[in-house]
Design a protein. Structure first.
Length: 404
């Protein structure tokens, strides 16, 4: 049920916008409100698809008039709350994508996905510190920190951010960089859009005439030896060696391919920019014999950190400095299967890893109800709150994961 004031403001907004506005009761509302993670139930008062800056200004005005907030999700990744009393903004129309190969920079609209960027870079000898999924929006990834296959060589995705075009809550639209507004740039590199609506980003590209990658798969019984060997080479691994380790246990379920149904195995996946950086993997092969590769699904993922991640060149809210591994647990959820076993497994993994956990987490990897408290010190959070209040004193922008 929408409050009368909000209902009036939304009706006026719908007449003003060039783009589309969907409200509860419309046939498309349920599909458009969904997060990428279907376990997160979002029920905003409206879903807006602005066609341009004028629509965004109108959305901010309607939110202010109705007492609502504005939450931006390009395509649903990073969702964490119900968004009640918020207007959810999708930015697909902001699809500008320009590559300047000579300057080694890219200009990305807020609705551009990584797959489109990678296709545009094909044949240029350049790449980008993109996420591991091509369907993830570039803006949300970069503004949340962003860990990639190339982070040991190039740092977090947020470190590639050179400038941003941002719409302030007061309606002003401007380009900001470290020279013109260092506080905003610091916040944008990891704290998301809590200080404004980002419409475009300018990022650095990476020289990569060639990328070499592959996967080594081992029996589950060899897992401990393989992971110890990988741990040991991480101490002095070249920054060009980017490695992810995965421990996978396939459920004995009919929807899983028969060849891997009910089996367990360990894989080590690598990407390098030079074949010479593969040499340390000989020490991993020495402890166990790789098996013929099978189809992977889900499990425990360990990402080697260090390298450029320990040398933050640009001021940023997000950092993994000093951390050595990024660990993720994934539990499969198939239709009709109970969730309790998977939840218990993830809780058990967390209990094992928690004593050795870093004090800081990357915003793009926060779980359900986590807040930015897991990513920053008290002083950093106070600085972020100060920057947000100066930019948005009326609280028109949704606070996202910023703790209240």
């Amino acid at each position: 049920m929408i409050a009368p004031l909000a209902s009036h403001a939304l009706a006026a907004l719908s007449q003003t916008m060039t783009g589309r506005l969907t409200v509860p009761g419309d046939h498309a509302y349920d599909a458009e409100r969904r997060a990428w993670n279907l376990a997160v139930e979002q029920r905003p008062i409206a879903v807006a698809h602005p066609a341009g800056i004028a629509d965004l200004r109108a959305i901010l005005g309607a939110a202010r008039d109705s007492g609502a907030t504005v939450a931006v999700q390009p395509n649903g990744h990073g969702a964490s709350s119900a968004l009640e009393d918020a207007m959810l903004v999708r930015t697909a129309a902001f699809d500008r994508l320009e590559i300047d190969a000579d300057a080694r920079t890219a200009l990305l609209g807020a609705g551009v996905q990584w797959g489109a960027v990678l296709e545009e870079l094909r044949g240029t000898g350049l790449t980008v510190a993109a996420g591991t999924s091509r369907v993830v929006g570039a803006a949300g990834y970069l503004l949340g920190g962003g860990h990639s296959w190339l982070s040991r060589a190039a740092g977090l995705g947020a470190q590639s951010l050179r400038a941003a075009w941002i719409l302030r809550p007061d309606g002003s639209h401007e380009r900001v960089d470290d020279a013109s507004d260092p506080d905003t740039m610091w916040a944008l590199r990891g704290a998301g859009g809590v200080v404004g609506i980002v419409t475009e980003l300018e990022i650095d590209l990476i020289d990569a005439p060639a990328l070499v990658g592959g996967s080594l798969q081992f029996a589950a019984t060899d897992g401990p030896a393989v992971l110890r060997a990988l741990r040991d080479i991480a101490e002095d691994a070249p920054v060009g060696l980017n490695a992810f380790a995965n421990s996978m246990r396939m459920p004995d379920a009919p929807m899983v391919p028969e060849a891997v149904r009910g089996t367990s195995f360990v894989t080590v996946d690598v990407v390098v920019t030079s074949e010479r950086d593969l040499a340390p993997l000989d020490r991993v092969r020495a402890v166990a014999t790789p098996q013929p590769e099978q189809q992977g699904l889900v499990g425990i993922n360990l990402r080697m950190l260090g390298g450029a991640l320990d040398r933050q060149e640009l001021p940023a809210f997000a950092t993994l400095e000093g951390a050595r591994w990024l660990a993720m647990g994934l539990a499969p959820l198939f239709p009709g299967m109970p969730t309790a076993p998977g939840d218990a497994s993830l809780a058990g993994l967390d209990a094992i890893l928690r004593p050795a956990a870093s004090e800081r987490m990357l915003p793009t990897f926060l779980d359900g109800g986590d807040t930015l408290e897991r990513c920053a010190s008290d002083d950093q959070l106070e600085r972020l709150r100060g920057i947000r209040h100066a930019a948005d004193p009326d609280g028109v922008l949704h606070a996202g994961r910023l703790p209240r």
